[in-house]
Design a binder for this molecule. Structure first.
Ligand code: NI
Length: 262
Protein backbone atom coordinates (compact mmCIF):
# COMPACT_ATOMS: atom_id res chain seq x y z
CA UNK A 1 0.00 0.00 0.00
CA UNK A 2 1.40 3.38 -1.00
CA UNK A 3 0.91 6.57 1.05
CA UNK A 4 -1.64 9.02 -0.32
CA UNK A 5 -0.68 11.99 1.85
CA UNK A 6 2.48 13.99 1.23
CA UNK A 7 3.10 17.02 3.39
CA UNK A 8 4.03 20.30 1.78
CA UNK A 9 7.06 22.21 3.03
CA UNK A 10 4.62 24.73 4.43
CA UNK A 11 2.92 22.04 6.54
CA UNK A 12 6.28 20.68 7.74
CA UNK A 13 7.38 24.20 8.74
CA UNK A 14 4.04 24.83 10.47
CA UNK A 15 4.41 21.65 12.55
CA UNK A 16 7.89 22.55 13.75
CA UNK A 17 7.00 26.17 14.44
CA UNK A 18 3.57 25.72 16.07
CA UNK A 19 3.94 22.21 17.55
CA UNK A 20 0.85 20.76 15.89
CA UNK A 21 -0.76 20.16 12.50
CA UNK A 22 -4.25 19.26 11.26
CA UNK A 23 -4.83 17.22 8.08
CA UNK A 24 -8.18 16.72 6.37
CA UNK A 25 -7.83 13.05 5.38
CA UNK A 26 -5.44 10.15 5.92
CA UNK A 27 -7.96 7.30 5.60
CA UNK A 28 -10.99 6.29 3.52
CA UNK A 29 -14.67 5.88 4.35
CA UNK A 30 -14.40 2.08 3.88
CA UNK A 31 -11.47 1.90 6.24
CA UNK A 32 -13.22 4.07 8.81
CA UNK A 33 -16.22 1.77 8.73
CA UNK A 34 -14.32 -1.39 9.62
CA UNK A 35 -12.24 0.51 12.12
CA UNK A 36 -15.39 1.72 13.91
CA UNK A 37 -16.64 -1.88 14.06
CA UNK A 38 -13.36 -3.15 15.51
CA UNK A 39 -13.23 -0.22 17.92
CA UNK A 40 -16.76 -0.70 19.24
CA UNK A 41 -16.19 -4.44 19.58
CA UNK A 42 -13.13 -4.18 21.82
CA UNK A 43 -14.68 -1.52 24.07
CA UNK A 44 -17.88 -3.58 24.39
CA UNK A 45 -15.88 -6.72 25.19
CA UNK A 46 -13.86 -4.84 27.82
CA UNK A 47 -10.81 -6.12 25.98
CA UNK A 48 -7.60 -5.76 27.96
CA UNK A 49 -9.31 -4.82 31.22
CA UNK A 50 -7.84 -7.75 33.20
CA UNK A 51 -4.34 -6.81 32.02
CA UNK A 52 -4.78 -3.18 32.96
CA UNK A 53 -4.94 -2.11 29.33
CA UNK A 54 -8.56 -0.91 29.46
CA UNK A 55 -9.53 1.56 32.15
CA UNK A 56 -11.20 4.86 32.90
CA UNK A 57 -8.72 7.61 32.10
CA UNK A 58 -10.65 10.27 34.02
CA UNK A 59 -12.20 8.30 36.91
CA UNK A 60 -11.31 5.95 39.74
CA UNK A 61 -11.96 2.96 37.48
CA UNK A 62 -13.86 0.94 40.11
CA UNK A 63 -15.50 -2.28 38.97
CA UNK A 64 -19.13 -1.77 37.92
CA UNK A 65 -18.74 1.98 37.72
CA UNK A 66 -19.48 3.48 34.32
CA UNK A 67 -16.30 4.89 32.81
CA UNK A 68 -16.63 8.49 31.64
CA UNK A 69 -13.45 8.34 29.56
CA UNK A 70 -12.68 4.73 28.67
CA UNK A 71 -9.26 4.10 27.19
CA UNK A 72 -7.60 1.03 25.69
CA UNK A 73 -3.82 0.81 25.50
CA UNK A 74 -2.54 -1.17 22.55
CA UNK A 75 -5.97 -1.70 20.91
CA UNK A 76 -4.38 -3.46 17.94
CA UNK A 77 -3.46 -6.30 20.30
CA UNK A 78 -7.18 -6.98 20.75
CA UNK A 79 -8.28 -6.06 17.21
CA UNK A 80 -5.34 -7.14 15.00
CA UNK A 81 -7.02 -5.67 11.92
CA UNK A 82 -6.01 -2.28 13.33
CA UNK A 83 -2.35 -3.16 12.75
CA UNK A 84 -2.64 -2.44 9.05
CA UNK A 85 -4.33 0.02 6.77
CA UNK A 86 -3.91 3.21 4.82
CA UNK A 87 -4.09 5.30 8.00
CA UNK A 88 -0.92 3.57 9.26
CA UNK A 89 0.89 3.83 5.92
CA UNK A 90 0.12 7.54 5.80
CA UNK A 91 1.03 7.98 9.46
CA UNK A 92 4.48 6.47 8.98
CA UNK A 93 5.08 8.46 5.82
CA UNK A 94 4.14 11.67 7.65
CA UNK A 95 6.43 10.67 10.53
CA UNK A 96 9.39 10.29 8.19
CA UNK A 97 8.67 13.72 6.77
CA UNK A 98 8.37 15.37 10.19
CA UNK A 99 10.89 13.44 12.30
CA UNK A 100 13.34 12.00 9.80
CA UNK A 101 13.80 8.76 7.90
CA UNK A 102 14.54 6.78 11.11
CA UNK A 103 11.06 7.39 12.51
CA UNK A 104 9.00 4.30 13.28
CA UNK A 105 5.57 3.43 14.68
CA UNK A 106 5.45 3.24 18.47
CA UNK A 107 2.32 2.39 20.45
CA UNK A 108 -1.35 2.95 19.80
CA UNK A 109 -4.23 3.73 22.10
CA UNK A 110 -7.91 4.44 21.82
CA UNK A 111 -9.89 7.03 23.76
CA UNK A 112 -13.64 6.74 23.66
CA UNK A 113 -16.02 9.52 24.64
CA UNK A 114 -19.50 8.10 25.16
CA UNK A 115 -22.39 10.15 23.71
CA UNK A 116 -23.71 12.86 26.04
CA UNK A 117 -21.43 12.17 29.00
CA UNK A 118 -17.90 11.46 27.72
CA UNK A 119 -15.58 13.46 29.97
CA UNK A 120 -13.14 16.14 28.89
CA UNK A 121 -9.46 15.29 28.58
CA UNK A 122 -7.74 17.97 30.67
CA UNK A 123 -4.82 20.09 29.44
CA UNK A 124 -1.60 18.09 29.48
CA UNK A 125 1.66 17.30 27.73
CA UNK A 126 2.00 13.66 26.66
CA UNK A 127 5.62 13.45 27.76
CA UNK A 128 4.45 13.98 31.36
CA UNK A 129 3.24 10.34 31.30
CA UNK A 130 6.55 8.93 30.09
CA UNK A 131 9.95 7.94 31.43
CA UNK A 132 11.65 11.08 32.77
CA UNK A 133 15.09 9.54 32.17
CA UNK A 134 14.68 9.70 28.39
CA UNK A 135 14.63 12.38 25.72
CA UNK A 136 11.97 12.02 23.07
CA UNK A 137 11.57 13.05 19.47
CA UNK A 138 8.03 11.99 18.73
CA UNK A 139 4.46 12.94 17.99
CA UNK A 140 0.97 11.61 18.53
CA UNK A 141 -1.34 11.29 15.56
CA UNK A 142 -4.96 11.62 16.65
CA UNK A 143 -7.45 10.06 14.23
CA UNK A 144 -11.20 10.44 14.85
CA UNK A 145 -13.42 7.74 13.34
CA UNK A 146 -16.26 10.22 12.87
CA UNK A 147 -16.25 13.97 12.52
CA UNK A 148 -14.53 15.67 15.46
CA UNK A 149 -16.36 18.87 16.40
CA UNK A 150 -16.46 21.39 19.20
CA UNK A 151 -19.57 19.63 20.43
CA UNK A 152 -18.19 16.09 20.58
CA UNK A 153 -14.67 16.74 21.84
CA UNK A 154 -12.21 17.73 19.12
CA UNK A 155 -8.62 18.51 19.98
CA UNK A 156 -7.30 21.89 21.16
CA UNK A 157 -3.67 22.99 21.13
CA UNK A 158 -1.66 25.87 22.54
CA UNK A 159 0.53 26.94 19.61
CA UNK A 160 4.29 26.95 20.30
CA UNK A 161 3.85 25.37 23.74
CA UNK A 162 6.20 22.57 22.64
CA UNK A 163 9.21 24.86 22.96
CA UNK A 164 9.34 24.74 26.76
CA UNK A 165 10.06 21.98 29.26
CA UNK A 166 7.60 19.46 30.66
CA UNK A 167 5.68 21.36 33.34
CA UNK A 168 4.45 19.90 36.64
CA UNK A 169 1.29 17.78 36.36
CA UNK A 170 -1.05 16.13 38.84
CA UNK A 171 -3.60 13.33 38.68
CA UNK A 172 -7.07 14.52 37.67
CA UNK A 173 -8.92 15.78 40.80
CA UNK A 174 -5.62 15.27 42.65
CA UNK A 175 -6.75 11.67 43.08
CA UNK A 176 -3.82 9.23 42.84
CA UNK A 177 -6.26 6.46 41.84
CA UNK A 178 -6.89 8.28 38.54
CA UNK A 179 -4.53 7.57 35.65
CA UNK A 180 -5.22 10.79 33.71
CA UNK A 181 -2.94 13.79 34.22
CA UNK A 182 -3.63 17.51 34.19
CA UNK A 183 -1.05 20.27 34.00
CA UNK A 184 -0.84 22.33 37.21
CA UNK A 185 -0.83 25.71 35.52
CA UNK A 186 -0.96 26.84 31.93
CA UNK A 187 -1.87 29.86 29.87
CA UNK A 188 -4.43 28.51 27.41
CA UNK A 189 -5.77 31.88 26.28
CA UNK A 190 -4.20 31.40 22.83
CA UNK A 191 -5.51 27.84 22.41
CA UNK A 192 -6.71 26.78 18.96
CA UNK A 193 -9.53 24.28 18.40
CA UNK A 194 -9.06 21.78 15.57
CA UNK A 195 -12.38 20.40 14.35
CA UNK A 196 -11.69 17.88 11.57
CA UNK A 197 -13.67 15.50 9.35
CA UNK A 198 -13.86 11.75 9.95
CA UNK A 199 -10.55 10.24 8.86
CA UNK A 200 -8.66 13.50 9.15
CA UNK A 201 -6.05 13.77 11.86
CA UNK A 202 -4.25 16.12 14.15
CA UNK A 203 -0.59 15.71 15.04
CA UNK A 204 1.13 17.12 18.13
CA UNK A 205 4.63 16.82 19.55
CA UNK A 206 5.36 15.06 22.84
CA UNK A 207 5.45 18.46 24.59
CA UNK A 208 2.60 20.33 22.91
CA UNK A 209 -0.04 21.36 25.43
CA UNK A 210 -3.40 19.91 24.40
CA UNK A 211 -6.96 19.28 25.52
CA UNK A 212 -10.15 17.69 24.22
CA UNK A 213 -13.61 18.77 25.31
CA UNK A 214 -16.40 16.63 26.71
CA UNK A 215 -18.80 14.89 24.34
CA UNK A 216 -22.11 16.72 24.49
CA UNK A 217 -23.36 15.23 21.20
CA UNK A 218 -25.73 12.35 20.55
CA UNK A 219 -23.07 10.09 19.05
CA UNK A 220 -19.96 8.50 20.54
CA UNK A 221 -16.65 10.18 19.83
CA UNK A 222 -14.12 7.55 18.87
CA UNK A 223 -10.47 8.35 18.35
CA UNK A 224 -7.40 6.23 17.74
CA UNK A 225 -4.02 7.67 18.63
CA UNK A 226 -0.83 6.45 16.97
CA UNK A 227 2.60 7.28 18.32
CA UNK A 228 5.58 7.80 16.00
CA UNK A 229 9.12 8.71 16.90
CA UNK A 230 12.81 8.08 16.62
CA UNK A 231 14.58 6.08 19.34
CA UNK A 232 14.41 7.82 22.71
CA UNK A 233 17.85 8.51 24.15
CA UNK A 234 19.02 8.65 27.79
CA UNK A 235 19.10 12.13 29.26
CA UNK A 236 22.25 13.73 30.55
CA UNK A 237 20.26 15.65 33.14
CA UNK A 238 17.78 13.47 35.00
CA UNK A 239 14.26 14.66 35.80
CA UNK A 240 11.71 13.57 38.36
CA UNK A 241 8.05 13.23 37.36
CA UNK A 242 6.81 12.93 40.95
CA UNK A 243 3.19 12.99 39.77
CA UNK A 244 3.62 9.53 38.30
CA UNK A 245 5.47 8.13 41.32
CA UNK A 246 2.50 9.09 43.51
CA UNK A 247 -0.04 7.18 41.42
CA UNK A 248 -1.78 4.08 42.75
CA UNK A 249 -4.28 3.11 40.12
CA UNK A 250 -6.51 0.03 39.93
CA UNK A 251 -5.23 -0.27 36.34
CA UNK A 252 -1.68 -0.76 37.59
CA UNK A 253 -2.80 -3.30 40.16
CA UNK A 254 -4.58 -5.32 37.49
CA UNK A 255 -1.50 -5.12 35.25
CA UNK A 256 0.75 -6.37 38.07
CA UNK A 257 -1.62 -9.20 38.97
CA UNK A 258 -1.83 -10.27 35.32
CA UNK A 259 1.97 -10.20 35.02
CA UNK A 260 2.54 -12.39 38.10
CA UNK A 261 0.00 -14.89 36.82
CA UNK A 262 2.21 -15.09 33.76
NI1 NI B 1 -2.44 13.58 25.18
Amino acid sequence: MEPTVHLTQEQIDFYHREGYLALPSISTSEELEWMRNAYDRIFAEKAGRDEGNQFDLAGTDDENKTATLPQILNPSKYAPELKEGLFRVNGLHIAKQLLGSYAFAMGDHAIYKPAKYGAETPWHQDEAYWNPMMTYNSFSLWLPLQEASLENGCMWFVPRSHNGEVKPHHCINNDPRIHGLEIDEADTSMAVACPIPAGGCTIHTNRTLHYAGANRSEVPRRAIILGFGTHAVSRQEPRVFYWNDAKQTPREERAKAAATQG
